[in-house]
Design a protein around this ligand. Structure first.
Ligand code: PLP
Length: 382
């Protein structure tokens, strides 16, 4: 028997209540029963996105929301600024390029935070820029980019501001309306505590105006089709929705509303703080700079003399704790502890304890219990 702990920044653990709700008998998606669930899901999503904007759900992983944003807002050769300080920024650049946009890429090292002034520089030079695309919480590095400051800059420019908040939403503050975020994306297997398979996004009036002129091809991911179906007398989806996931999302959002958004964000901040304290007490170094540390995932430098891939493998194979390794050029160099969604203090304590044992097994000098004690102290002091 092996008890498993899923400590990755997606997929994340799914609460039993949500799992059970998804096991209910199937209902048809063109019925009042489904419509009632769907409408309340959209209302609850707006609450979590902190927005009055339209919200949509597609049956895809989070990348579908990224593709939907690009395909619906822009036209071939549109000039867009895309920031890139990690794997997902890189993906946004790729999607924009594949759709034939003229991408002004703001490329950073993976341990750097996006500088809003760089965006301002490009926007000031060129009034013809149609969009600014930024990953808020860069899951590959844990870095949090300041979308509030960028929103202030883009707000008075004709460009739309598109934010990948796939591991931001539900872990850090995302004030869609107050911060002028025109499109915000999320995915089910991150802070929303669901299995993979749903992409969510919000669309502002400014984004709808842009969407009207868009000539890029889209069919399944058409926001216009989604809006038409939702605006019917009995709101629905244009195509068969993933009914069980929508039912599960309803349950997850109910749990989130019960906990309260402020509390959710405070809980994630505390989990992140305890994780950082724990790994630092073990003499390990954090990868992300202090000015850009998010709440969803904590990347840690693999200490010299330790095989990073083996560390991740021993954690999983020997101790049942799944953490994430580094991506691309950071493979083997960092490991990432996810603390996103249905996670609480003893998940962190368990993970740190497993990490101590793993380091000891790998022959790295480590004071057993030191990381755990540092995390306990953070939890006790708060
Ligand atoms: C998970 C994630 C995505 C989407 O990835 P999928 O595998 O398609 O769900 C996009 N951006 C960020 C920042 C993510 O963490």
């Amino acid at each position: 028997m092996k008890k498993r702990y899923l400590m990755t920044p997606g997929p994340t653990p799914v609460p039993p209540e949500v799992l059970l709700s998804q096991a209910k008998p199937m209902i048809h998606h063109r019925t009042p029963e489904y419509t009632e669930i769907f409408v309340s899901v959209i209302e609850d999503l707006k609450h979590i996105f902190q927005t009055e904007n339209d919200c949509f759900v597609f049956a895809s992983s989070g990348t579908g929301a990224m593709e939907a944003a690009v395909a619906n807002l822009f036209s071939p050769k549109d000039k867009v600024i895309v920031t890139n300080n990690g794997k997902f920024g890189d993906r946004l650049v790729n999607i924009a390029q594949i759709y034939g946009l003229e991408v002004k890429e703001l490329k950073y090292e993976w341990d750097q935070v996006v500088n809003p002034q760089d965006i301002k520089g490009l926007l000031d030079q060129d009034k013809d820029i149609k969009g600014v695309l930024v990953v808020q919480s860069e899951t590959s590095t844990g870095i949090l980019n300041d979308v509030k400051a960028i929103g202030e800059l883009v707000r008075d420019h004709p460009a739309v501001f598109v934010v990948d908040s796939i591991t931001g939403l539900g872990a850090v503050e995302v004030k869609t309306d107050e911060w002028h975020l025109d499109v915000v994306m999320s995915g089910s297997q991150k802070g929303l505590m669901l299995p993979p398979g749903l992409a969510c996004l919000s669309v502002s009036d400014k984004a709808w105006q842009k969407a009207k002129g868009s000539t890029l091809p889209k069919f399944y991911f058409s926001l216009e089709k989604a809006k038409k179906a939702f605006d019917k007398a009995s709101p629905q989806n244009p195509f068969t929705p993933p009914v069980s996931l929508i039912v599960g999302l309803g349950e997850a959002l109910k749990m989130m509303r019960q906990e309260g958004l402020d509390h959710i964000i405070r809980r994630h901040a505390l989990l992140a703080e305890a994780t950082r304290a724990g790994v630092e007490a073990l003499g390990l170094e954090l990868f992300a700079p202090p000015e850009g540390r998010g709440n969803a995932v904590t990347p840690v430098n693999v200490p010299d003399g330790v095989d990073g891939k083996r560390l991740v493998k021993i954690m999983s194979d020997e101790h049942g704790i799944t953490i994430a390794g580094g991506q691309d050029h950071l493979k083997g160099k960092i490991f990432r502890v996810g603390h996103l969604g249905y996670v609480d203090k003893f998940d962190i304590i368990t993970t740190l304890s497993g990490l101590e044992m793993t380091l000891a097994e790998l022959g790295h000098p480590v004071g057993l219990g030191k990381g755990v004690a540092a995390a306990q102290k953070v939890f006790l002091d708060t």
